[in-house]
Design a protein around this ligand. Structure first.
Ligand SMILES: Cc1cc2nc3c(=O)[nH]c(=O)nc-3n(C[C@H](O)[C@H](O)[C@H](O)COP(=O)(O)OP(=O)(O)OC[C@H]3O[C@@H](n4cnc5c(N)ncnc54)[C@H](O)[C@@H]3O)c2cc1C
Ligand SMILES: *[C@@H]1O[C@H](CO)[C@@H](O)[C@H](O)[C@H]1NC(C)=O
Ligand SMILES: *[C@@H]1O[C@H](CO)[C@@H](O)[C@H](O)[C@H]1NC(C)=O
Ligand SMILES: *[C@@H]1O[C@H](CO)[C@@H](O)[C@H](O)[C@H]1NC(C)=O
Ligand SMILES: *[C@@H]1O[C@H](CO)[C@@H](O)[C@H](O)[C@H]1NC(C)=O
Ligand SMILES: *[C@@H]1O[C@H](CO)[C@@H](O)[C@H](O)[C@H]1NC(C)=O
Ligand SMILES: *[C@@H]1O[C@H](CO)[C@@H](O)[C@H](O)[C@H]1NC(C)=O
Length: 662
């Protein structure tokens, strides 16, 4: 009913929430966005209070607005992403003095300021990035906002008219970025394209630059002591069979084992999962045989429920040419610390691999792998919030998937959405920051620019990249464990013929007897061959589902235990805004018949039932407005957004550097 307007809303969300298309709300420190649906009875009070008469409308609340302010009503605003982003920047710049202390320094910088900064900061070792641009360009200001949450970097914009500096550095292209640090002096930042998204991505990856609150990744993170498994240097352009086999072992022998009796939906899910593994798992022959055997066994089961022990017996029936290794060895999914990555990483890898194999095999049902994943995750995946999020994404538009191409891209784009949501979270391994994947250095041709300079994916190149990256031929068998070479009888022969590489990799050979005697669902056995246990953050081998610590809960506990909540953290906790977005964006996705056409760039989050909750929290937020500052409401009959700018936090470093560059 409001398709056009909806597209406009979608655009707004992209801009503010997705930022460069590579990150979650990077502008959050400066700008908050809220949406209110004034067609909803529950919101009436607030809509009356702000005297909203027409939809859509946009309100802007500058910093230090009084709590009874109704904001500045903005008329005739642009309905596209870029326009709204620019509008927000203009509004931020329009602050009269005194500007809130944490306001980002969006103004232009003179040669003298740069020089005096360099003079004063000789002893500092952080990076200064200078965006050279034309007067009317927004690139510099957008990059400044993108980098707001990062430390050890400061971004300033210098206009082309600043001839002294431009000539000194021999700057010939506008925009372009030069980075100064003690070692490099000024050097041009190498990027794929001279555009905001690529600048932000490259700057965020400079040595020393980290998201505020994240520890700087230390090289010593990889130095393992003797009781821990050694770090395996691996090639980031490869997918490792060792990760896939470890995923199978952990999922079938540990995760599924938490169900003593498997029946109903769980049984259907298990059958679907095993069937897809049997058909598409591009494994070593014995593993494929084992999967086939267990699939055949499952198909014969006509009962409405089976015991895990029966399943396990079928799974663990070993012959010389049919067995599933009982080892967990993460390679591409290694984390720098043991609480990071591992199993969840390997599950993504597994399903991307399976879906590519299904596409290559031209299976009849393009949704087959997605459905298997959805049901497996729904019934068994130990991280329950993950399962809920995934189910919400599946409900949104998975049924629009009608071809293999769309299926592959659907999983890729949903995975990126999860990456965007989790970027900067505590579960993120500082050595493996969540990025929109594949990043420009992994697949340059996957990225392009729209005519307005915004980032866009080249879908067909991305598809080609995925097909190669996750193809069976491209899988690496390096670091596969020797400990699961053929059982006893074959052992000697196998040892004699085992490739040297595997022995050099220093894998220990586990005694076959031990291996056979271990009951796999026993906690000890699952880890006996795995010096590094499989891990979801905080989760090891739990026997019962109720015991499983989910990622979110764990993170919160961990967080609270580790550090007293700062004001910003508390803000984050009560932060009401994303929930409203969820509703909005879900509806948008539903409106989007193809689901994918527009959806790939957008980052909707799952629908959250507690929609009304946030409005009340928002008013709490208002009365707590020692924090806040600018809010804009954007209202629409069904879909509404409001923007709120919060300069609630003084980033110390930023402040200091701001002083240095008056
Ligand atoms: C179904 C599912 C839902 C999850 N939901 C949540 C959740 O709600 N909350 C939570 O905290 N954690 C969730 N997780 C875990 C989280 O997504 C990560 O798996 C975990 O944080 C480990 O991250 P990672 O850095 O190893 O990279 P992962 O995101 O696990 O990615 C693994 C590898 O896949 C490749 N890759 C990355 N992005 C893409 C892409 N878009 N397309 C193709 N390949 C890609 C990269 O090589 C990467 O190293 C979920 C996991 C799964 C399997
Ligand atoms: C505004 O703040 C004052 C005191 O700070 C409070 O008494 C009043 O109720 C607030 N008004 C609203 C609308 O929250
Ligand atoms: C400046 O750049 C131009 C072209 O990029 C090059 O020809 C010239 O030598 C450069 N001058 C200096 C001083 O580096
Ligand atoms: C850095 O570059 C400037 C201008 O190009 C030059 O004058 C200065 O000597 C350089 N400093 C170092 C340490 O290389
Ligand atoms: C080695 O690592 C283990 C497991 O992380 C830890 O318990 C142990 O204290 C470490 N030992 C040393 C000497 O660091
Ligand atoms: C990583 O693998 C690619 C092939 O996918 C290869 O071209 C590259 O040289 C490898 N890099 C290293 C460091 O081994
Ligand atoms: C990829 O898509 C672009 C347009 O989106 C098209 O111009 C190009 O020919 C396509 N390339 C391939 C290999 O299909």
């Amino acid at each position: 009913m409001c398709g056009v307007a909806a597209a406009a809303v979608r655009a707004v969300l992209c801009c503010v929430l997705v930022g460069s298309g590579a990150v979650r709300a990077e502008w959050k420190l400066a700008v908050h966005l809220a949406a209110i649906d004034c067609a909803n009875e529950n919101n009436r009070e607030v809509c009356i209070r702000f005297a909203i008469t027409g939809y859509p409308s946009l309100r802007f609340f500058p910093a230090f607005s009084s709590n009874d302010s109704t904001g500045e009503n903005i008329r005739g605003f642009s309905r596209d992403v870029t326009g709204l982003r620019h509008l927000i920047i203009d509004k931020l710049e329009s602050h009269k003095n005194p500007a809130p202390p944490a306001c980002p320094p969006l103004e232009t910088t003179s040669t003298q300021e740069i020089d005096s900064y360099l003079e004063e900061s000789r002893e500092h070792n952080h990076n200064l990035a200078v965006v050279f641009e034309e007067d009317n360009s927004y690139v510099g200001r957008e990059v400044i906002l993108d980098m707001l949450q990062y430390v050890n970097i400061m971004v300033r914009r210098v206009l082309r008219s600043e001839e002294e500096l431009v000539n000194r550095l021999n700057v010939t292209e506008f925009p372009s970025v030069y980075v100064y640090n003690k070692q490099s002096n000024f050097t041009r930042l190498p990027v794929l394209r001279d555009a905001r998204a690529f600048y932000s991505y490259a700057l965020q990856r400079l040595p020393g630059v980290v998201r505020e609150g994240k520890p700087y990744p230390e090289v010593t993170d990889f130095v393992r002591n003797q009781t821990e498994e050694q770090w395996i240097p691996f090639n980031k352009t490869r997918v490792y069979m060792s990760d896939l086999e470890s995923a199978l072992h952990y999922s079938l022998r540990v995760e599924v084992a938490s169900h003593t009796v498997i029946k109903g939906e769980a049984l259907t899910a298990l059958k679907g999962y095993i069937s897809v593994l049997d058909k598409y798992f591009p494994g070593r022959p014995p593993v494929k045989n084992a999967l086939k055997a267990v699939n055949n066994w499952l198909k014969e089961q006509k009962k409405t429920s089976i015991m895990y022990s029966e399943f396990s017996a079928a799974l663990n029936t070993k012959t010389t040419d049919s067995y599933l290794p009982e080892v967990v060895r993460w390679v591409g999914c290694q984390g720098s610390k043991k609480q990071y990555r591992g199993y969840p990483c390997s599950m993504w890898t597994l399903f991307h691999t399976l879906i590519i194999q299904a596409a290559e095999a031209g299976s009849k049902d393009p949704q087959e792998v997605l459905q298997a994943m959805r049901h497996y995750v729904g019934s068994f995946f130990g991280c329950r919030p993950c399962a809920d999020h995934f189910e919400a994404m599946a409900q949104e538009n998975m049924d629009h998937v009608t071809t293999h191409t769309v299926a592959v891209l659907w999983l890729w784009s949903r995975h990126n959405r999860v990456n965007a949501r989790l970027a900067g979270e505590l579960s993120e391994d500082p050595h493996f920051p969540k990025v929109q994947w594949p990043p420009p250095d992994l697949c340059p041709s996957c990225h392009t620019l729209k005519s307005n300079g915004d980032h866009a994916w080249v879908q067909n190149k991305t598809l080609a990249f995925l097909r190669n990256y996750y193809s069976a031929q491209h899988l690496s068998n390096d670091f596969l464990s020797v400990s699961v070479e053929p059982p006893v009888i074959e052992r000697r022969k196998a040892r004699e013929t085992a490739p040297n590489r595997e022995q050099e990799a220093g894998q220990e050979v586990v005694d076959e007897e031990d291996e056979l005697n271990e009951a796999p669902q026993d906690e000890k056995s699952a880890s006996y061959a795995s010096p590094r246990k499989p891990s979801i953050v905080g989760l090891r081998h739990h026997q019962f589902r109720e015991d499983i610590v989910d990622l979110d809960a764990f993170i919160i506990q961990h967080y609270k235990a580790k550090a007293p909540l700062s004001r910003r953290d508390m803000e984050d906790e009560v932060e009401p805004l994303p929930q409203s977005m969820r509703r909005t964006r879900r509806d948008l996705a539903a409106l989007d018949a193809k689901g994918l056409a527009l959806g790939l760039e957008v980052e909707p989050e799952p629908y959250d039932q507690s929609r009304t909750h946030w409005m009340s929290v928002l008013s709490v937020g208002f009365s707590r407005l020692d924090v806040s500052l600018c809010v804009a409401f954007y209202l629409l009959s069904v879909l509404c957004i409001a923007t709120m700018c919060l300069y609630f936090r003084v980033k110390r470093r930023q402040r200091r550097t701001k002083l240095a560059l008056p």
